[in-house]
Design a protein around this ligand. Sequence first.
Ligand code: AMP
Ligand code: GLY
Length: 423
Amino acid sequence: MKILLIGSGGREHSLAWKIARSPLLSALYCAPGNPGMASLGKLVALKDADIGGIADFARKQEIDLVVVGPEAPLADGIADRLKTISIPCFGPSREAAQIEASKGYLKDLCAEHDIPTAAYGRFSDSDAAKAFLQKMTAPYVIKADGLAAGKGVLIADTLQEAELAIDEMLDGRFGEAGTELVIEEFMEGEEASFFAISDGETIIPMVGSQDHKRAFDGDKGPNTGGMGAYSPAPVFTDDIQQDVMTRIIEPTVTALRERGSPYCGVLYAGLMIGKDGPQLIEYNARFGDPECQVMMRRMKSDIVPVLLAAAKGELAGACFDWSDEAAALVVLAANGYPGAYEKGSAIKGLNDATALPGVEIFHAGTKLAGSEVTADGGRVLNVTATGATGREAVERAYAAVDQIDWPEGFCRRDIGWRMLERE
Ligand code: AMP
Ligand code: GLY
């Protein structure tokens, strides 16, 4: 089978690593991929936004399956385009991807189907939004409706701050993404991520994980794309998983099918686990980054038959087999991230780090300068390790981090603290 993987981050490197192990694979192409993926597949110089170019390439190369990593090409209709040329695509249609691309769309769907989530209102008028705020209590949760690269959510402690956020959002701070906004009730609890794969009808659960969104130790500092992750997440028990499947994931898949936009791909549920059980914060129409990487480390079975079956609407009977081992991931980011940072510094010691037990390193923002790996982004490397326990996985990941010589980068030193407290 010939597979084309779209994307260039750590998530895609881990998917490439897993796909490359499949005995079904004859060729793997990565568009555009990253230096870490070059030993696993052929890098193709196509941007993930270039849907026309990707479709042409897939047709000419007679690709059997396209796997889409990031959300932007999904929201732009890459799956719909590939469908017109009969190439199976793992990833939802533009319409089904609305569950990520429009927060208002998702909230309405939850309300219609009794899916547990925060109470909310949708607004495009600032006076109406401010009037609604008066009925809420602090902290106030204000969200731009559209895709804002994870930056469209503001949690305000005071009414003044919340009103300012409303004005700024509706004034175009997020461009098109902010012409409408959602105001939500604040949910208390512990966050976890859960993933399930669907072909529009059948649903295959994956496993729970947690990430660390803040830049610095103690969950302090600005929000980032994610500074680390681990799986399993002890807070996400089997009972909670069952609850999430029956009260959140299954009604969502049914609702989308009934709306005429069946969901094919991976559903990423961002959950708040509170005293009344799990509630949905949001969905993403893609794998989490860095949660995908720790799941790929724990997946024992071949991923390719499941991705292909989901893309073809033939998921019934498929399943995954998971390792009992834990997996942990530490992100190495460029100094300054998520603010301004420099590119081009050299990273040494990767071979020694990778040679340690249980360790795999996935590239995110890297570039090759000759044979030297250099930093080329904010989140640069994902150091992952598996272990018999969460503690062992975390210790192994940090042992690998300590082999890496890169003064221009930093990492958090407390990845997995919630898991380790429970262990
Ligand atoms: P989102 O982009 O919707 O996932 O929101 C980003 C982050 O904001 C989430 O990961 C939560 O930490 C927080 N958040 C969003 N909505 C709520 C809410 N209703 N209550 C509490 N925290 C929230
Ligand atoms: N781990 C956060 C995200 O993928 O959005």
